[in-house]
Design a protein around this ligand. Structure first.
Ligand code: FAD
Ligand code: NAP
Length: 465
C-alpha cells in the first residue's frame, strides 16, 4: 500500500460543522500540497457558514464577505458539502470510522451560559443566543417569540454580542429593513415599543470585552442617544494601574469612547441607550402573570482577586430598573456530541492542540477539534484560522505516522451512498448555491443584501424536493 496521503491512497477526512473553523480546516489542508486529502463536510443545517450566517449581525455585512474565501475552498474537486446532515442523528462515530481516516469536530458553541439568579426562567428573560439566532433567521429559532411590547429592555454583559443586541434594539425600522435580517424579525421589530435599553456590565470600562469600533458605532445610531453615568465612567486606581501595565491597545480606546459618552448631552432622540458599569443583576422580578417586570441590580466595586485578576465584588447598594425584557449575553457554550468526550465545566471537547483526549487526558486516535468547541466561545472569525491551522498540523503529522482510524471502505462513493441512505434530503454545495442565488435575487428585488429563507421545507422547496 502506498503512503497515506499519496495520490493512490488519499487521506479521507470528515469535517463536522461548516462555520469558520470547518472552512479554515479545508483551506489549511490545501496548504499541505504534498498530501492528497479528500474532505467531506457535514452540516446539520441546509446552509453553510455557521455563525457567519446566523450570528454575525445583519447590519455588519462586511464581516460576512469571508464566505467568498470559503466558496473557493468548496470549489476544489476533493471537497464535498453534506448539508442537512447531523452528526449524532444521521451519522454516528462508527459510521465515520468506516469511511474516513480522521474526523474533526468544528461544531461551535450551540448553547449559552446562564446567570444563576432567581427569576431567570420568567417569561421575557432570554439568552442573547436565542435572540441573535432568531433575528438572523436560524431555522431552529424562527418560531421563537420575544415580547417587544414593553418599554424597556436590559442586556447583561459587556461583550460584542451584548453590543450587537443593543444596536439591533435601538435601530430604526428603515435601518433594519435594509439588512438581511429575517423578514419576520424586521416586522416584529418594526412594532417594537422598546425605547429604553440598558447594557449592564459587572466590571468597569477598562474591563469591557467589546472592541473599540463596536463601542464607537453606538454613538452613531440614527435615533438613539447613548448615555454613560459620569461616576461609572471614571477609572478606579486598580483599573488604571492594570490598564497601563497591560499594554493592551484596545482598552484605552474603549475607555476613551465610554468617557466621551459620559460627557455627551442628550440629543432628544427617540430611544435611549444607557451603558452601566459595575452593576450585576441579582434577581429578575416578575409581575402577577409570571413576566419579567424589573431587574434588581447590585453595585460592585473593583478588587484584585487572590489570583491577581481584576474582579468585581458586590456592595450593599442595590437598585431596581423596570424592564419587560432581559437578555443575558454572558457567553455561548458548547454542547456534548454523542460518543465524543466532553468537558462539562469548560463546555468544550477536551483536547491537546486539537487532538481529542478522553477524560484522563489520553489522546483518542483519529479524532480532532477546531474553533469554539475546541477552545471555548471567544475570538473573532479570523481567530479560527490559526486555531484550525494548529489542528491540521497535528492531523497531517498523525496521518504521516499512521495514527488514524482504519476505515473498511475508504471510498468517496461508499461514503456518499451511506449519507444518502441516512438523509435522502441531502443538500450539496451546488444545491446551496441555488438557494444562495434565490436569496440574493430576492434581495436585489428589494434592495437588500439578501432575503433569507428561514425554514427547512422552504430550502428544500427551492430545490424542488
Ligand atoms: C452573535 C455573534 C456575532 C458575531 N459577530 C462577529 C463579527 O461580526 N465578526 C467576527 O469576526 N466574529 C464574530 N463573531 C465570532 C465568530 O462568529 C466565531 O468566532 C466563529 O463563528 C466560530 O466558528 P466555529 O466554526 O467554531 O463555530 P460556528 O460558526 O458556530 O459553526 C459551527 C457549525 O457547526 C454546525 N453543527 C453543530 N452541531 C452539528 C452537528 N451535530 N452536526 C453537523 N453540524 C453541526 C452548526 O450548525 C454550525 O454551522 C460573532 C459571534 C457571535 C456569537
Ligand atoms: N463585531 C465583532 O467583531 C463581534 C461581534 C460579536 C461577537 N464577537 C466575538 O464573539 C466572541 C463572543 O462574544 P460574547 O459577547 O458572547 O462573549 P465575551 O466577549 O466573552 O463577553 C462576555 C461578557 O459577559 C460578561 N459576563 C460573564 N459572566 C457574567 C455574569 N455572571 N454576570 C455578568 N456579566 C457576565 C463578561 O464579563 P467579565 O469580563 O467580567 O467576565 C463579558 O463582559 C467574542 O470574542 C467577541 O469578540 C465579535
Amino acid at each position: 500500500m502506498t503512503q497515506l496521503g499519496a495520490a493512490g491512497n488519499p487521506l479521507r477526512v470528515a469535517i463536522i460543522g461548516s462555520g469558520p473553523a470547518g472552512f479554515y480546516t479545508v483551506s489549511n489542508f490545501l496548504k499541505h500540497d504534498d498530501m492528497v486529502v479528500e474532505m467531506d463536510m457535514y452540516e446539520r443545517l441546509p446552509t453553510p457558514f455557521g455563525l457567519v450566517r446566523a450570528g454575525v449581525a445583519p447590519d455588519h455585512q462586511k464581516y460576512k464577505t469571508v464566505t467568498k474565501g470559503y466558496d473557493k475552498s468548496a470549489n476544489i474537486s476533493t471537497f464535498r458539502f453534506f448539508g442537512n446532515v447531523e452528526y449524532g442523528r444521521h451519522v454516528k462515530l462508527e459510521d465515520l470510522q468506516r469511511y474516513y481516516h480522521q474526523v474533526i469536530f468544528a461544531t461551535g458553541a450551540q448553547s449559552d451560559r446562564s446567570l444563576g439568579i432567581p427569576g431567570e426562567t420568567l417569561e421575557g428573560s432570554h439568552s442573547a443566543t436565542d435572540f441573535v439566532a432568531w433575528y438572523n433567521g436560524h431555522p431552529d429559532y424562527a418560531d421563537y417569540q420575544f415580547n417587544l411590547d414593553c418599554e424597556a429592555a436590559a442586556i447583561v454583559g459587556l461583550g460584542n454580542v451584548a453590543i450587537d443586541v443593543a444596536r439591533i434594539l435601538c435601530k430604526t425600522p428603515d435601518e433594519l429593513g435594509a439588512t438581511d435580517m429575517a423578514d419576520y424579525a424586521v416586522e416584529a421589530l418594526r412594532h417594537s415599543r422598546v425605547k429604553t435599553v440598558y447594557i449592564l456590565g459587572r466590571r468597569g470600562p477598562a474591563q469591557a470585552a467589546f472592541t473599540p469600533p463596536e463601542i464607537r458605532e453606538m454613538g452613531e445610531l440614527e435615533d438613539a442617544d447613548v448615555h454613560v453615568l459620569k461616576e461609572e465612567a471614571e477609572l478606579d486606581a486598580l483599573s488604571r494601574e492594570a490598564m497601563e501595565a497591560s499594554g493592551d491597545r484596545n482598552t484605552p480606546k474603549n475607555v476613551e469612547a465610554i468617557q466621551a459618552y459620559a460627557e455627551r448631552e442628550s440629543k432628544g432622540k427617540n430611544k435611549q441607550l444607557t451603558i452601566r458599569f459595575l452593576v450585576s443583576p441579582v434577581e429578575l422580578i416578575g409581575d402577577d402573570q409570571g413576566r419579567v417586570s424589573a431587574v434588581k441590580i447590585v453595585r460592585n466595586e473593583i478588587i484584585r482577586d487572590d489570583k491577581g485578576r481584576i474582579g468585581a465584588r458586590p456592595t450593599q447598594e442595590t437598585e431596581t430598573l423596570p424592564v419587560g425584557l432581559v437578555f443575558r449575553s454572558v457567553g455561548y457554550r458548547g454542547i456534548p456530541l454523542p460518543e465524543v468526550p466532553f468537558d462539562d465545566s469548560a463546555g468544550v471537547i477536551p483536547n491537546v492542540s486539537g487532538r481529542v483526549t478522553d477524560q484522563a487526558g489520553s489522546v483518542l486516535e483519529g479524532m480532532y477539534v477546531a474553533g469554539w468547541i475546541k477552545r471555548g466561545p471567544s475570538g473573532v472569525i479570523g481567530t479560527n484560522k490559526v486555531d484550525a491551522k494548529d489542528t491540521v498540523q497535528c492531523m497531517v503529522e498523525d496521518a504521516k505516522a499512521g495514527r488514524t482510524f482504519s476505515p473498511e471502505q475508504p471510498g468517496v462513493d461508499e461514503a456518499l451512498a451511506m449519507v444518502k441512505s441516512r438523509q435522502p434530503d441531502l443538500v450539496t454545495y451546488s444545491d446551496w448555491k441555488k438557494i444562495d442565488e434565490v436569496e440574493l435575487e430576492r434581495g436585489r428585488e428589494s434592495n437588500r443584501p439578501r432575503v433569507k429563507i428561514t425554514n427547512v421545507p422552504d430550502f428544500l422547496g427551492v430545490l424542488e424536493r
